[in-house]
Design a protein around this ligand. Sequence first.
Ligand code: ADP
Ligand code: MG
Length: 255
Amino acid sequence: MKPAPLLSVSGLRKAFRGTRVLDDIYLDVAKGEVVALLGPSGCGKSTLLRCLTWLEPPDDGLIRIDGRPFGREQVGATIRRQSGRAIDAMRPRIGMVFQQFNLWPHLSVLENVVRAQVVVLRRSREAATARARTLLADLGLGALVDRFPYALSGGQKQRAAIARALAMDPALMLFDEPTSALDPERVGEVLALLRDLAATGMTMIVVTHEIGFAAHVADRVAFMDGGRILEDGPAKTVLSTPADPRLAAFLDLVR
Ligand code: ADP
Ligand code: MG
């Protein structure tokens, strides 16, 4: 029997003031799988990631993480929304990394990585600090733990943001255009980190326009347009022989 997917999304929909932004999204991600999510600007990629974490409540649809319902659950014939407390309890299972890093500017790098472990996971400060120091050292920031975000390069900020997300021991990591705000010479260091993270077996969805990264690191490519996933398959197949003309046109633009 095939194991249950780590992430399972069915019938996800979202509209903003009557405008449909996500239209019946189905997506399964297996444990250890890396999915590159491609699509033109405005097609709904960020909204999809935000809905997966319930930062944005989806209007409809079911999300399961590790087989457990997240946000909404089916009870008999009815679907009901979970309590805020239940949603908050599941949310740390998903780590999210943003284009603009979203580090807390008033906290040191170390404290950026420690804080949520203590507040959300109720880890002791000692345990949280030890975990943060190990992760920051692994990510090449061991000498910078006392700096504040303003004193870091873009690539260093993004690595600190990744450390902060990993410190929560998520089952799934979501990356929303993690290299788009970086200077070109810093893009490589963050892509290398994502590649290393993938090699550890981390399950990841990466929104990116880096087709080389998608081709070499992702197991699967999903292409969105107009709030729908139009194509989803093995990375090499989807990128070399796109079936949908909209994907072919998109690849011509970004390659
Ligand atoms: P992408 O990340 O693919 O560029 P987004 O998910 O950011 O696309 O946006 C998809 C569409 O939803 C866009 O038309 C955007 O303007 C709209 N949108 C996103 N967030 C909101 C919001 N909070 N309120 C209203 N419209 C939104
Ligand atoms: Mg976006």
